[in-house]
Structure formats: C-alpha cells, structure tokens
Design a binder for this molecule. Structure first.
Ligand code: M6R
Length: 569
C-alpha cells in the first residue's frame, strides 16, 4: 500500500510525479505530497485527500528532482503532518516510504531519535540521516537495522536520490536523460524498466543510475520490457467499477483466447504425481480459490483453499505432490507473497494465478497462469474475480483431460442488473444476509464482501443449511435475505430455508436461473452450464453493491479505509 514516485530530468518533475501519483492512487488515497530540491534546499508540499488536491496546490511549481507519495495510513492518523514526504530533523533529507517498520519504537529509543519522529517512516528517515558516509551507505546501513517491509526513496538536498526495497515493490526506467521511479511499472515512462529485488538499492545522481547489493557493492541489472496495458485510460462509464463489471464478458473471452493461442496450460509445470491442490489467497481472490477448489474436486483432484494470512502461520503439512496455487489480482498482497515464499523455501511445486504480468508473485513462483482481465482500478475486485474463477474452471477441465470450451462460449452471457426499486428496497433494511449452498454459498460470501466494502452496510453470508443453527434468530421484518440458487441439486433444500425466513417476517430476494421461486422477488439469470453459473450470478451481486453505494452517495472506486493492493500485513 502507498504509492511512491520519483523523477530526475529536465522536464517539470513536479508535474511528472503528480501524474505518476494519480496512476498509483489505487495504492492509497488518504493523503499525498511531493518534495523537491530548489537551490540546495528541500521544499515539501503535502495535503490530505486525493492527488487532485495536490495537483491544484502544485500547479505553478516546477523542479527537476522530485519525489512523491500517495498514502494509505498504517502508523499515525490521516493528517497533513503524517503525510509523506517527511523531512529529516537536519533538513538534509526527505523520504517517501511504503511498508511498515516494525521495530521503530525500539530504534527511536536506541538511537535517541528526535521526539518529532512520530511515525515508523520518520524514525527510519532520521536513522538514515544519523548514519555516516555517502547517501547510499547511509540507506544501506540503516536498512540493516530495521525490521519489517519497505520501499524507500530518499532525496538529498544536493539532488541525489537513493532507493531501496524489502518486500514492497519499486521500479525504475530511463528515457534518454530522464529517470522515473515508481511503485508500479504502470506509472513509469519508456520502453524498459529495472525491477529492484529485495535488499537491492540504487543511487540516481546526475541522471545516472548505479545499482548496489546489500553489502554496498555495485551490481549490474538487466532491464525488462514494459508491457503497458492499453485498457487503463479506457473509461466509458461514471466509475471504474461500473466499467470493469461491464468488461467481464470481453475479458473472459480474451483469457480463453490467449490460453488457446499461447498454449498456456501446456506450459504449466505440474508435480510429477499430482495428489492435491492447495489454493492460497486473500479477500476476493480467496473466494475465487474456494470456487477453484470445488472445480478441482469435481474432476477428482483433492483441493482446498486457504486464507493466506492463516496459511503463512499455520501448521499445514506441505508436500511435493501438492500443487500450491497462489491467487492474486495484483500479485503483491503481503500475506500471499509471504505464503509463496514459505512454499518456495521448501522447493515445492507452485503456481501464480495473477493478473499483473510484472508482479512480485510471478517472480517468486516462476510457474505462472495469467488472467487477462486488464488493469483493474476500482478497489472492489469484479472482472478480475470472474477471470480468476474462469481460469480455475478452465484449468480443472485441462486436469480432467477435457477440451477447452469454444471461443464463443460466453457470447450469450447476458448481463443481469438489479432494478432500481429492488436496490432501494435492499438499501432500506437494517440487516442484510446473503445465503446459498454449495457453489452459491461461495458467491454469497463474495456478494457480501462486495456490499460491505463499498456501501459500509454490515452484512454477512451464511450457508443456508446453517441458518437453523443460530442465525435464524436474527431474522425478523428488519432483515432482507438475498438467496443465490444456481445448482439444481440444492434447489428444493434452499426453497425450504427461504420459506422459513419468510415465515419469520424476513424479506427474501432470489437470484436464480430457475423458475421455481415465483413466491419471492426474483432476479432472473441466463441459463448456462451449472459450473459456469458462479460467473453469471456474481454480476448482479456486484451491480447491487455498486448501486447501493451510489445511492448512499459514496465513491465505489475508493472505499474508505481500503486500498487496492494490500502490501502490508
Ligand atoms: O490483489 P489481490 O487479489 O491479492 O487482493 C486480495 C484482496 O485484497 C482483494 O481481493 C480485496 O479483497 C478486494 N478489494 C475485494 O474487492
């Protein structure tokens, strides 16, 4: 979380960095700022809120050496003071930081750092300033004392920049005499980029980049090609979220096409003897993993999904006949990365299912199954989720030695929206529950996450068979229950559960392709193969969340307290 940007060159770096920060805003949008050097002195401009505020504040400013930051608060509240860049007590260094320094309190005491050092980032900065030697030595030495994660960009009052990283991402590119630095390749300019690995550093002075290892020795690095996603600026709708939901059909088609054209499944390395599959992920990607586990089980491969935040500290017995699939849209999520590193250390078969070509998870796993959902900007994951489910479904067909569907498979997939009357009705209830069985229970979990994430309604999902074991006590006329039913075998069971809810005064809305729920309000889905129905049924649930969010006057693309990439634990 948090986006870092830097520029050294002959253009207006303030403008360049603000441009980059706008692109990185998905990483956090609590506050932002820039620092630049003017006549040997560092100036800082910071503001609470989005990058557009910073753009206004800096519109008449110009500098050739600039660093910037867009923040998602970890330590310290959301205010201008805690916004980055920070200035060291001596005034000689400014720094932007992405990550968490876990031992900052101990460091503050041990090194008697100024009492103004409130946040973990300020402690790190003043620690760097206290070190001896050149700026690169200072940064390398200080980084050995910190515990936690960081990507830092430090600016000296002489115009030198030093950057380094541990866990959090950081990239550079060079275009003639201009150097760009950013937390995401997307915010760089040029054709090629350099990716810093953990405990690698770089100094940029007089537009020359020199790379160093953790021992302070110079190293050479190979550049890689920037694959920019052309979809990024393509927004036809009011919000990214709406546009992204509506792209689902296209990206499912694109993913299928790419898998066929590029023989992607054939290139996946499987364990010699595949006994089981473990899927590890967070949030929405975890829901896709749960769905994937069901698909694999249906073709006879034992499978289980784990929350990465639990897996990394769990006691799972890892073994060489299991394929460990790490599912992540961003490929940057801290818990997923930590879990992947744990599996990698044991040299076990692993696969990254990611949507970002250059991401850290792909580098760790090497064995990659990409989704082609295109850039997802809205914090709430929609098209990327559908693509993950689709991709795992297709993978299960391959494991069952079945052929992939024809390319026009999703052509008839009609988008089902929620009518506005129903949306208003749901929004008027104090309690919202999502229920389902089997695959539909997983969709219910995803629907509930989507609604709470952007509308701030306290809701939850429950397997409908579990209602009687406690939750039914909450059902009264203040409750609305949204039931998803796409699987023939559980239809009648679910129907009885819904009657029980109705009998207790709860409002029931059914989302289904079946005609059996005439006694309830219904959202009718188009009919497909049952295993594809989770992709069909999640769309109206995403729209429901979006519409309620907009009804309440919130911005669905930037829900409070959240960020797109969760790069801290
Ligand atoms: O980038 P990832 O797929 O690893 O992200 C995992 C979760 O943080 C993410 O899916 C989150 O739950 C979404 N914002 C939910 O819409």
């Amino acid at each position: 979380m948090c986006g870092i940007c830097g520029y050294i060159g002959s253009s207006n770096g303030v403008k360049e960095v603000v441009r980059g920060l706008k692109i990185l805003e998905y990483r956090g949008y609590d506050s932002c700022g820039v620092a630049f050097v003017e006549n040997g002195k560092i100036d800082i401009v910071k503001t609470v809120g989005e990058v557009d505020n910073l753009k206004k504040l800096t519109k008449n400013m110009s500098a050739n050496v600039v660093i910037g930051h867009t923040r998602w608060a970890t330590h310290g509240g959301v205010n201008e003071r805690n916004a980055h860049p920070h200035l060291s007590t001596s005034g000689k260094l400014a720094m932007v930081h992405n990550g968490i320094i876990e031992n900052y309190k101990e460091l503050k005491e041990e090194f008697n750092l100024n009492s103004l050092s409130n946040t973990d980032s300020e402690v790190f900065l003043n620690l760097i300033d206290c070190e001896k030697g050149t700026l690169i030595n200072k940064v390398i030495n200080a980084s050995k004392k910190v515990q936690g994660t960081f990507a830092v960009l430090v600016l000296g009052s002489d115009g030198e920049m030093v950057l380094g990283k541990c866990e959090s991402p950081l990239y550079l590119s060079k275009v003639e005499n201009e150097v760009y630095i950013a937390s995401d390749v997307l915010a760089l300019k040029g054709e090629n980029y350099f990716a810093l690995n953990d405990h690698e550093f770089a100094s940029v002075k007089n537009r020359k980049i020199i790379f160093y290892n953790k021992n302070g020795e110079k190293i050479t690095k190979k550049s890689e090609k920037i694959e920019k996603n052309s979809d990024f600026s393509k927004i036809f709708y009011k919000t990214h979220m709406e546009s992204e939901i509506l792209e689902t059909k296209d990206v499912l088609n694109k993913t299928l096409k790419k898998y066929k054209e590029e023989n992607i499944f054939q290139n996946i390395k499987l364990p010699k003897k595949l006994n089981s599959i473990s899927l590890i992920a967070c949030g929405t990607a975890y829901h896709a993993s749960l769905m994937g586990a069901e698909f694999f089980k249906k073709v006879g491969v034992d499978a289980r999904a784990y929350l990465a935040s639990e897996f990394r500290y769990g006691r799972e017995l890892l073994n060489k006949n299991t394929l460990y699939i790490f599912v992540s849209q961003s490929g940057e999520t801290a818990d997923t990365i930590a879990s992947a590193k744990m599996v990698k250390e044991r040299n076990l078969p692993m696969l990254a299912l990611t949507n970002m070509e250059n991401c850290l998870l792909n580098r760790i796993c090497e064995n990659v199954l990409p989704t082609f959902a295109g850039r997802e900007i809205a914090v709430a994951s929609t098209k990327a989720y559908s693509c993950q489910v689709w991709s795992l479904y297709l993978f299960s067909l391959i494991l069952a030695n079945k052929s992939l569907p024809k390319e026009d498979f999703v052509k008839n997939f009609a988008f089902v929206n929620y009518d506005d009357k129903l949306v208003k009705e749901v929004a008027s209830y104090k309690k919202v529950f999502f229920v389902g069985r089997d695959l539909d229970y997983i969709t219910a979990m995803e629907a509930s996450l989507k609604l709470k994430e952007i509308s701030y309604i306290n809701c939850f999902a429950i397997a409908s068979g579990e209602l009687k074991h406690g939750t039914l006590a909450l059902i009264d006329s203040d409750a609305v229950v949204i039931a998803i039913c796409t699987q023939e075998k559980i239809k009648s069971k679910l129907k009885s559960n819904l009657e029980e809810i109705k009998a207790r005064g709860g409002k029931v809305i059914v989302v289904s392709q079946f005609d059996d729920f005439k006694d309830f309000s219904c959202v009718k889905l188009s009919k497909f193969d049952e295993l594809f129905m989770p992709i069909v049924s999640v769309i109206p649930m995403q729209f429901l969340a979006l519409k309620i969010c907009e009804l309440f006057g919130y911005n669905p693309d930037k829900p409070r307290n959240l960020a797109k990439s969760v790069t801290v634990e």
